[in-house]
Design a protein around this ligand. Structure first.
Ligand code: COA
Ligand code: AMP
Length: 629
C-alpha cells in the first residue's frame, strides 16, 4: 500500500489518532482532552478542551524558533509600484500593535470585526490581530456593493470595521470609504468605530468620533499579547453565496483549522518551512484566508500578497514576473486567471523572459479546470499543474493530487482523489452509493475532518437544513459528479443555484431578487451560462408586469444591469438581460433554470416531462442562444 492509501485508510479508520498526530505540529497552551468530539453530533467538534492561539502559531512561535529574520510576507503591488517585505518579527510586531488598537477600541475575545480591505498588508495584519486577541474576523470582498456589506454587518454585528480609503483595480482607483459609509448607513446594526488605512491614491474623509486613522492609532497603541482561546472557538466567519439572497456565514474554529492547514502544506502542496508560497487570491475569498494568510504562516513559509491582476498590470507576464522575482516555489491561482493569461499570450512567450527555476508546482482551484486550460498551462510551464477541489465551507482541499504525500498520475478534468479525512461518496437520489463512473450528488460522510465549517453563524438550523438533511449522516457538497474505478473524483458543477463567475461564487437567487424589485418586473430567472474566460457569466430573463407593454426595453435593461451592479457589486459581472414573454416552468411552478442553462450553453437538452407548457420553452430557445450584450 502506498503512502497515500495508507494515510487515507488511517484517517477514516481512526480519525482521532490520525489528527492527534497532526496536532503535534501545533503549539497548544492546553492540550486537547478529546480529539474528535461527537457528543453533539451532527455538530462534531475537534480538539475539545484544547487551548491555543492561531496568531501565536502563525507568527510568535516562528520568531521564538529562529525564523524572526525570515520574510513572512512579501507585498507586491504593480498597481501602486510598491514592494515591501515583512520579516516574521516585523509582522508579529505590527500585528501585536494592531491587536492593541482593536483592544483600545473595546474589542474583546469573541467580538466580531468586519474587514473591508483591498490586498494590502493591513488586511493580513488585521486578520492576525483579531486572532491574537480571540476576536472573530469577517472579511468582506471589496467587489461587493454597500448593500451586501450591510447585510454582512447586520448578521455578524461587529464592534469595529477595518477598511481603507481605496482599492485599485488595474488602473482605476475605487474609493472604498464612500461605499463603507453607505453600508453603515444602510445597516441596522450600529458599529462602534472604523479604522481606516489611508492610501495616497485617494484620501478618505474621516467621520469624527467614529473613524480612526490606521497610522495614528498604531502610533498610539500598546502591543497586545496572544490570548489563549478554546480550540472550538470561532476564528472567523466568511460569508459565501447560497441559493437565496441571504449569504451563509461559514464559521471556522481555531484548533481544527490550524491543524488541518498545517498538515496540508507538506502533504498536499509539498512545501516546507522557509519556502515561498503564493496564492494569488483576494483575501476576501476562502483561498485568500487559508492559503494567502493562515496556512503558509502556520507552516513557516513566506507568503506573497499580490495586489494586481493576471493581465493588464502591466501584461500577461505579471504572474511569471512575481513568481520569478520572489523565487516562488509553489503557486496557486484559479483557472480563469490562467485563461486570461492564455488569451493574451497564447504561446506563453512572456514566460520565457522570467527565471522560473524555483517554481515546482502550480495548483489551480475555485472552478472546474477544463482540459484545454490544463493542457496549455502544463505545456507552457513544463512542470506539474495540479487541479484540486474545495469550497468555502471546507476551507481546505477535499480532493487533490497530494504532491507531498504521494504524487500521482494526472487525469485532466479531475481534481484527483479524496484527501485524507474526507470520506467522499457519490450518492443517488435514493441515498445509495453510485457505482463507479455514475453521476450523482457528491457528498461527504460525517464527520468532516478538522478545519471544515462548524456551522453557519447564528443559524444552526440552516446549517443542518442546507448541508446535512438531504442525505442523513452526510454533508452535501452542492456539486454533482462521479468517482471512477481508480478513485478519481470528477466534479461536473453545482446542482443548486450557485454559479461560479471568474472563480467567484455567486448566487443567482440574489440577482433574481434585485431584478424582481424593479417596478416593471413580474418575475425573473438568472442562469449561469458558459463563458470562455470567466467559466460562467450570469444571464437574466425577465417577464414584465401586465400593463407595462409600452416600456422602453433598452432603457429597462440598462436599469436592471445597473441595479445588480449597485446592489450586489461589480463582481457579479451581470451584463446580459432579456425581456421574455414567459419563463418555462414545471407543473408545480418551479422555473426550469437547468434546462434554460443547457439550451443557452448550446447543449442537447431533453425537455423535462414535468414541463407545464413546452411552447414557452420553444419560444425562448432563440433568445436563450443569443448573445444579449
Ligand atoms: N474591489 C472593487 N471592485 C472589484 C474588485 C475589488 N476587490 N474585484 C473585482 N472588482 C470589479 C472589477 O473591477 C470588475 O469591474 P468592471 O465590471 O467595472 O470591469 C468586476 O468587479 C468584475 O471583476 P473580475 O471578475 O475580476 O473581472 P475582470 O474582467 O476585472 O478580470 C480575471 C478577469 C479573470 C482576470 C479576474 O477575474 C481574475 O483574476 N480572477 C481570478 C479569481 C480568483 O483568484 N478567485 C479566487 C478563487 S481561487
Ligand atoms: P468557493 O466556495 O467560492 O470556493 O466555491 C466552491 C465551488 O467552486 C465548489 O462547490 C465547486 O462548484 C467549484 N470548484 C472549486 N474548485 C473546483 C475544482 N477544482 N473543480 C471543479 N469545481 C470546483
Amino acid at each position: 500500500m502506498g503512502p497515500y492509501a495508507a494515510a487515507y485508510e488511517r484517517s477514516l479508520g481512526d480519525p482521532a489518532r490520525f489528527w492527534a498526530e497532526a496536532a503535534r505540529d501545533i503549539r497548544w497552551r492546553t492540550p486537547p482532552e478529546r480529539v474528535l468530539d461527537d457528543g453533539a453530533a451532527p455538530f462534531y467538534r475537534w480538539f475539545t478542551g484544547g487551548e491555543l492561539n492561531t496568531c501565536e502559531n502563525a507568527l510568535d512561535r516562528h520568531v521564538e524558533q529562529g525564523r524572526g529574520d525570515q520574510l513572512a510576507l512579501i507585498y507586491d503591488s504593480p498597481v501602486t509600484g510598491t514592494q515591501r517585505g515583512f520579516t516574521y518579527r516585523e509582522l508579529r510586531d505590527e500585528t501585536a500593535r494592531f491587536a492593541g488598537v482593536l483592544r483600545g477600541l473595546g474589542v474583546e475575545r469573541g467580538d466580531r470585526v468586519v474587514l473591508y480591505l483591498p490586498m494590502i498588508p493591513q488586511a493580513v495584519v488585521a486578520m492576525l490581530a483579531c486572532a491574537r486577541i480571540g476576536a472573530v474576523h469577517s472579511v468582506v470582498f471589496g467587489g461587493f456593493a454597500p448593500r451586501e456589506l450591510a447585510v454582512r454587518i447586520n448578521d455578524a454585528r461587529p464592534k469595529v470595521v477595518v477598511s481603507a480609503s481605496c482599492g485599485i483595480e488595474g488602473s482605476r482607483v475605487i474609493e472604498y470609504k464612500p461605499l463603507l459609509d453607505e453600508a453603515l448607513e444602510l445597516a441596522t446594526h450600529k458599529v462602534g468605530a472604523c479604522v481606516i488605512a489611508q492610501r495616497p491614491e485617494a484620501l478618505a474623509t474621516l467621520v469624527s468620533g467614529r473613524d480612526v486613522d490606521w497610522d495614528q492609532a498604531m502610533a498610539e497603541a500598546r502591543p497586545a499579547d496572544c490570548v489563549p482561546v478554546a480550540a472550538t472557538d470561532p476564528l472567523y466567519i466568511l460569508y459565501t453565496s447560497g441559493t437565496t439572497g441571504r449569504p451563509k456565514g461559514v464559521v471556522r474554529d481555531n484548533g481544527g483549522h490550524a491543524v488541518a492547514l498545517r498538515w496540508s502544506m507538506p502533504n498536499v502542496y509539498g512545501v516546507s518551512a522557509g519556502e515561498v508560497f503564493w496564492a494569488a487570491s483576494d483575501v476576501g475569498w476562502v483561498v485568500g484566508h487559508s492559503y494567502a494568510v493562515y496556512a503558509p504562516l502556520l507552516a513557516g513559509c513566506t507568503t506573497v500578497l499580490y495586489e494586481g491582476k493576471p493581465v493588464g498590470t502591466p501584461d500577461a507576464g505579471a504572474f511569471w514576473r512575481v513568481a520569478a522575482e520572489h523565487r516562488v516555489n509553489v503557486m496557486f491561482t484559479a483557472p480563469t486567471a490562467i485563461r486570461a493569461v492564455k488569451k493574451e499570450d497564447p504561446d506563453g512567450l512572456l514566460i520565457k523572459s522570467h527565471d522560473l527555476s524555483a517554481l515546482r508546482t502550480l495548483f489551480l482551484a475555485g472552478e472546474r479546470l477544463d482540459p484545454g486550460t490544463y493542457d496549455w498551462a502544463a505545456n507552457v510551464l513544463d512542470r506539474p499543474v495540479i487541479d484540486h477541489w474545495w469550497q468555502t465551507e471546507t476551507g481546505w482541499p477535499i480532493a487533490a493530487n497530494l504532491r507531498g504525500l504521494e504524487p500521482m498520475a494526472v487525469k485532466a478534468g479531475s481534481p484527483s482523489v479524496a484527501v485524507p479525512g474526507y470520506d467522499v461518496r457519490v450518492l443517488l437520489p435514493d441515498g445509495s452509493v453510485a457505482p463507479p463512473g455514475a453521476e450523482g450528488d457528491i457528498a461527504i460522510r460525517l464527520p468532516l475532518p478538522p478545519g471544515t465549517l462548524l456551522t453557519l453563524w447564528n443559524d444552526d438550523e440552516r446549517y443542518v437544513e442546507s448541508y446535512l438533511s438531504r442525505y442523513p449522516g452526510h454533508y452535501l457538497t452542492g456539486d454533482g459528479g462521479s468517482i471512477d474505478e481508480d478513485g478519481y473524483i470528477w466534479v461536473m458543477g453545482r446542482t443548486d443555484d450557485v454559479i461560479n463567475v471568474a472563480g467567484h461564487r455567486l448566487s443567482t437567487g440574489s440577482m433574481e431578487e434585485v431584478l424582481c424589485a424593479h417596478p416593471s418586473v413580474a418575475e425573473a430567472a438568472v442562469v449561469g451560462v458558459r463563458d470562455e474566460l470567466k467559466g460562467q457569466v450570469p444571464r437574466g430573463f425577465v417577464v414584465l408586469k401586465s400593463g407595462t407593454d409600452d416600456v422602453d426595453e433598452p432603457r429597462l435593461r440598462g436599469e436592471l444591469v445597473r441595479a445588480v451592479r449597485e446592489q450586489i457589486g461589480p463582481v457579479a459581472a451581470f451584463k446580459e438581460v432579456a425581456v421574455v414573454p414567459a419563463l418555462p416552468k414545471t407543473r408545480s411552478g418551479k422555473i426550469l433554470r437547468g434546462t434554460m442553462r443547457g439550451i443557452a450553453d448550446g447543449d442537447d437538452v431533453a425537455v423535462p416531462s414535468t414541463i407545464e407548457d413546452a411552447t414557452v420553452l420553444d419560444r425562448l430557445r432563440p433568445i436563450l442562444r443569443r448573445d444579449l450584450r
